[in-house]
Design a protein around this ligand. Structure first.
Ligand SMILES: [Zn+2]
Length: 342
């Protein structure tokens, strides 16, 4: 990549109101069948255009093609029953009604490859595609078959690897695995979570990323954050092992967060997608605020490895606010890019 400080987003962007009910998670589609398929492609073009208008360098589908970042992928797998639901505590934080694993899991056919190919045809920009990570997948399900979080995580890693290889072949430049669960289950992350992630990434010809955040700006997450104290040191427990792993980029929450920014030093050498946009509130950052977060990060990450980004996905925000935040991100990155050029 030629541009210093290439900008991107962590994941989801708001969907247009004609596709799904806006400003909420797990929002239901407003159409079905072939009409839905076409509408998702139209929304993808629209959201690509908005990213390009805002000057975002590494673009994505903004998750216009999925209802939820974990469940939409799982819906396409064998061995999971969505009619048989159980209420479990996810991320050790809030109760959710989730599907049940009742048999051996497998991927009968590719899930997102056609849509990724479609995005590839629409743009010359580098593209990033997000998949759920193995640990976050198992934490969003009830397992009535394997009875082992570790065993199921490695089964999913194998399935994710099949999908990721096809996405890379379709022209995706960066495949990102979303692992918000990495911020919660530190022992599992270090014992086998990172190994499962590496299995999902095995043999890929494109770059790989892992996104680890404090979640969307929904109430369960903001309530949880209020219990974490003045310093959020969760990353400290997992960064040393991540630094040793084969992942190329690490996407983090930094802006307006209580994460001590110096923790980034623990992953020195990795490319760091620094979250410089808060997704948990509706006020639009000024470019100067974004620049200030990037300058702080620059003490701990080399400029050529700094990727300005959002803290997390923006699906629950209004489109106007998301657009404003994207522009603030690119303008803030521009300020720091100019400073570095001097
Ligand atoms: Zn996130």
């Amino acid at each position: 990549m030629k541009t210093l400080l290439p900008t991107s987003t962590a994941g989801s962007l708001p969907k247009p109101g004609w596709l799904a009910e806006p400003e909420k998670l797990w929002s239901a589609w407003k159409m079905e069948g072939e009409a839905l398929h076409k509408a998702k492609q139209d929304a993808l073009c629209l959201i690509l255009h908005e990213q390009q208008q805002a000057g975002i360098d590494i673009v994505s589908d903004g998750e216009q093609t999925r209802q939820h970042f974990v469940t939409t992928f799982i819906e396409h797998l064998n061995g999971v029953d969505f009619a048989q639901r159980k209420t479990v505590k996810i991320r050790d934080r809030y109760e959710a009604s989730v599907p049940t694993v009742f048999g051996a899991v497998s991927r009968p056919k590719s899930v997102f490859v056609e849509q990724a190919r479609f995005l590839r045809q629409q743009t010359q920009n580098p593209i990033k595609w997000a998949l759920p990570g193995p640990l976050t997948m198992i934490d969003t399900l009830y397992d009535g078959y394997y009875k082992s979080r570790e065993k199921l995580a490695f089964e999913f890693a194998e399935i994710l690897n099949q999908e990721a290889r096809e996405l890379a072949a379709a022209g995706v430049d960066i495949i990102q695995f979303d692992e918000p669960a990495f911020n919660v289950f530190f022992d599992e992350v270090n014992d086998w979570g990172i190994a499962a992630l590496e299995q999902a990434m095995q043999g890929l010809t494109c770059e790989t990323a892992v996104h680890i955040c404090y979640g969307y700006g929904i109430k369960a997450n903001t309530d949880w954050k209020s219990t974490l104290g003045n310093e959020w040191r969760q990353y400290e427990a997992i960064f040393p092992k991540l630094q040793q792993s084969s992942v190329d980029l690490i996407s983090l929450e930094c802006h307006n967060s209580k994460v001590p920014i110096e923790l980034i030093e623990l992953i020195r050498g990795k490319k760091v997608m620094v979250g410089a946009i808060d997704v948990a509130n509706s006020s639009i950052e000024t470019p100067e605020e974004v620049a200030e977060t990037l300058r702080k990060a620059l003490k701990y990450v080399d400029a050529e490895n700094l990727y300005p980004c959002t803290n997390c996905g923006m699906a629950p925000l209004s489109r106007d606010i998301a657009r404003g935040k994207l522009k603030a991100l690119t303008k803030g990155a521009e300020i720091v890019r100019n400073e570095l050029a001097r």
